[in-house]
Write a protein that binds this ligand. Structure first.
Ligand code: AVI
Length: 322
């Protein structure tokens, strides 16, 4: 399906509410209960995530911005001329401009995001700012395979830009599948520029997911509000508290919503029982080493070509090629 607006044509593959409902029901029937983190990002969730990125405690965005700002030219040189640049989870595309400004003769920019409103607004802004680059937004769940839109001019190759350490929100096996899908999408000569959050002092990591202002807690609970809004759910939001702890063995932050009491929640014609203290796992955020991530990528034929970090080595941006 294609939706037209004055500046761009948007390819719309947004998951339907039927799919949202079936994934929610499946997750709440599982033990332990879980909900897919991709559904955090409705309009409100995307706004809250933008606020998280500005938080003092949330070092990830700041570090990645700093790395990209400092090394954007080297990254653009690694990607090479004539590229179709595909961005996964583009959100507000704030980090993309540094690259678009420096790429040699870029052919097209394809922002891919699950949040349609956010995507359409950003795509329109970018196509105005970069009239020489064709902007081809795709509204999709990028965990599912999709085909690249056709650009008016033939690119020499494609490169995926996957910033923000979103890959960390996939289990390692799903991350490998994702990397394999990226390798297939780009093909020979293609590449991947990806941001990963590095392993570090646990207190620094846990603070990033337990900010003093409670924005991350609101972001987490918005998932229940979204279920109430879109799926006729009846969650009492105040009966669930935000929890985020680092698991050293699994090398990940485990984010959940903990039931404050014994309660029953209905969603449409389904009913779910919660014990006091029972959790719904809403997200895992895996932390990597550069070597560990390179090993994972090598399993699907992607070779680490360059890596850049911030001075404290909290975050890294990697260029991998086929
Ligand atoms: C999008 N993703 C990389 C974020 C993270 O850090 O795992 C999502 C997030 N969850 C809570 N705060 C931020």
């Amino acid at each position: 399906m294609h939706n037209s607006d004055s500046a761009t044509t948007l390819v719309d593959l947004e998951p339907s509410s039927k799919q949202f409902l079936s994934e929610v029901i499946e997750g709440l029937k599982a033990t332990p209960k879980r909900l897919p983190c991709k559904y955090f990002y409705d309009e409100r969730g995307s706004q809250l995530f933008d606020q998280i990125c500005l938080l003092e405690e949330y070092y990830l965005t700041r570090c990645e911005d700093q790395i990209i700002k400092e090394f954007a030219q080297e990254m653009a040189d690694q990607i090479g001329p004539g590229v179709m640049l595909v961005e996964y989870g583009s959100g507000s595309s704030t980090k993309t401009r540094a690259l678009l400004d420096r790429l040699a003769d870029p052919v097209a920019y394809v922002p891919v995001d699950i949040s349609r409103e956010h995507l359409a607004a950003t795509a329109a802004q970018l196509s105005e700012a970069y009239p020489h680059i064709e902007v081809l937004p795709v509204c999709a769940d990028f965990t599912e395979a999709f085909t690249l839109p056709e650009s008016r001019r033939e690119p020499t190759h494609s490169a995926v830009f996957f910033p923000g350490s979103t890959i960390g929100n996939f289990e390692p096996s799903a991350a490998r599948a994702m990397l394999s899908q990226i390798a297939e999408l780009c093909g020979r000569g293609g590449g991947l520029l990806i941001g990963i959050d590095l392993q570090k002092d646990i207190s620094v990591i846990e603070a990033a997911y337990n900010d003093a202002r409670g924005v991350t807690a609101d972001f987490n609970r918005n998932l229940l509000e979204r279920i109430n809004r879109e799926l006729a759910g009846e969650f009492d939001i105040n009966q669930f508290r935000h929890r985020a702890v680092y698991d050293d063995l699994e090398e990940r932050v485990e984010i959940s919503l903990v039931s404050c009491s014994r309660q029953r929640v209905t969603i449409g014609d389904q009913s779910f029982r919660f014990d006091e203290g029972e959790s719904i796992i809403t997200e895992h955020s895996h932390k990597y080493t550069i070597v560990g991530f390179a090993k994972l990528a090598a399993q699907v034929g992607l070779t680490l070509r360059r890596s850049w970090t911030d001075p404290q080595e909290r975050f890294a941006v990697l260029h991998l090629a086929l």
